[in-house]
Design a protein around this ligand. Structure first.
Ligand SMILES: NC(=O)c1ccc[n+]([C@@H]2O[C@H](COP(=O)([O-])OP(=O)(O)OC[C@H]3O[C@@H](n4cnc5c(N)ncnc54)[C@H](O)[C@@H]3O)[C@@H](O)[C@H]2O)c1
Length: 365
């Protein structure tokens, strides 16, 4: 008998180090393009998914959330936090990990870091919504809030939608400078602005991605002109929004899962029956997206479990070609499935023997 785990006990695990290795091997723009297709493909088969608003545990500083879904073949969940106060202590506002499993056996297929994967999938989701709703010929993207998500958002919009001019604004000038430096190094044309009004001027696409645990007004009504597409990404909790209500009243609003967005999104400011359109229906061609060049379209993105499912499935597929994982012993695998106790007891005897064999004798001490 041995204490070594069997193959059935081992599950691939993608650490942060391996995730970074994988993204470099594939290339970040290519990752964002592939993830955009993965997210959109799953939106198009929306009725196949089990859906529920995420389970949120709120506290004074932030929120911890569990996000589960299944397509009947595979199941996924993500653990994610949102703590705007964290950056002051040198911690991430958002950190996450998640798991993909096999519905037929209930066994995990893969465990992964999801802080980087969330940044990629959130950017890919914005790219999906923007591709479906943006005005014809758009090239300029205003990015308000230049934190951890921002470079990913800008790169996805460039790689997927050709938005290669980025106009930045953040209340923290050092955050804006860092974002500008990183995006210039990636080949984008970047302009930094002293106010959000300046940043949005002439931009066909506006993304708000700020972090504040309160109702904020990042965009006022006069800042959003006819024909613009807005991605509001940072308002994703009860009591945490980014847009003035008047903008919502002038926009056609597109959402992921209304049951969750009405609790967490910009539309928590509106009546519970205010009309919204589900993005999946636009992507399937069942309802129109942008109807004319003067319409304001708003993607009220809060992040939904299917996007994490899509990202984990994409990652699981990528591991076939990229050796970017290690095996973790996280499933008990007794020789006889019901003899879990026997497995534990035999391991005790074995470890006692091993200890005795390795211990120095009393004369050596
Ligand atoms: N919708 C989704 O799927 C999704 C996914 C991930 C994160 N988020 C949300 O996106 C937001 C940003 O996340 P992050 O990881 O980039 O956070 P972060 O803390 O790294 O960055 C937030 C940035 O917003 C800036 N900011 C705050 N108030 C501002 C204001 N009034 N005007 C301009 N800039 C302002 C901050 O200075 C900071 O640089 C968070 O609220 C997070 O919860 C949403």
């Amino acid at each position: 008998m041995t204490l070594m785990p069997s193959n059935k006990a081992l599950v691939p695990f993608v650490s942060v180090a391996n995730m970074m290795k994988l993204i470099h091997q594939i290339g970040i723009s290519e990752c964002l393009v592939q993830l955009t297709e993965a997210v959109e493909t799953d939106f198009r088969r929306w009725p196949e998914f089990d859906k529920t608003p995420r389970v949120a545990s709120h506290s004074r500083n932030g929120v911890i959330e569990l996000m589960p879904t299944s397509d009947g073949v595979q199941y996924a969940f993500k653990y994610v936090n949102g703590h705007p106060i964290n950056t002051r202590a040198g911690l991430q506002t958002v950190s996450a990990f998640g798991l993909l499993s096999d519905v037929a056996t209930g066994y995990p297929l893969m465990l992964s870091e999801m802080t980087l994967l969330t940044a990629l999938r959130t950017a890919a989701t914005s790219a999906v919504a923007t591709r479906a709703l943006m005005p014809h010929g758009a090239r300029t993207h205003a990015m308000i809030g230049n934190g951890a998500q921002s470079e990913f958002q800008a790169l996805a919009q460039s790689a997927v939608n050709g938005l290669d001019i980025v106009r930045l604004y953040d209340i923290d000038a050092t955050a804006m400078q860092r974002c500008a430096r990183n995006l210039r190094a990636a080949g984008l044309k970047v302009l930094e602005w002293p106010s959000p009004q300046d940043a949005v001027l002439g931009s066909e696409i506006i993304t708000t991605c700020t972090a504040d645990k309160q109702y904020a007004t990042i965009l006022t009504d006069n800042m959003v002109g006819a024909g613009v597409h807005v991605n509001a990404i940072g308002g994703d909790c009860p009591g945490k929004t980014e847009l003035h209500r008047d903008i919502l009243m002038r926009s056609d609003i597109f959402v992921e899962y209304p049951e969750q967005t009405r609790i967490e999104g910009e539309i928590q400011q509106l009546d519970a029956d205010h009309p919204v359109t589900e993005l999946w229906q636009v992507l399937r061609g069942e309802v129109p997206g942008r109807r004319d060049e003067r319409q304001i379209t708003l993607f009220d993105g809060v992040g939904f479990a299917t996007e994490d499912f899509s990202a984990l499935r994409w990652l699981y597929g990528a591991l076939r070609e990229h050796d970017c994982y290690e095996m973790l012993d996280i499933i008990a695998d007794p020789d006889e499935p019901r003899d879990l106790y026997g497995m534990l007891m035999r391991a005790g005897v074995q470890s006692d023997r091993q200890q005795a064999a390795n211990l120095p004798s009393s004369t050596e001490q």
